[in-house]
Design a protein around this ligand. Structure first.
Ligand SMILES: [Zn+2]
Length: 83
């Protein structure tokens, strides 16, 4: 028997960050936070949720922030995207 096992991502949730400015290009209101659900599946049925993938992107300079590049303000905004 073959086990179909792996990880998949769900549909992303994006929210525009109105009050924040991009640390790279200083453009205000150009950042958007994205949260992507990530889970382990068995026969394409989600069995275990992993930590969601998350990042912040700037529409103006196209820079993406993730992991340790995220500022406390970005992290706070990312928490709200999940609501
Ligand atoms: Zn920027």
């Amino acid at each position: 028997m073959i086990l179909f096992f792996g990880t998949r991502t769900g549909s992303p949730k994006t929210r525009q960050l109105q009050g924040l400015s991009c640390p790279f290009c200083s453009q205000k209101g150009s950042l958007s936070a994205t949260l992507l659900p990530h889970f382990v599946h068995l026969f394409w049925i989600p069995v275990y949720r992993l930590r969601p993938l998350r990042w912040v992107a700037c529409d103006h300079c196209k820079k993406q922030y993730e992991g340790r590049e995220l500022t406390p303000e970005m992290l706070e905004a990312l928490e709200k995207v999940a609501d």
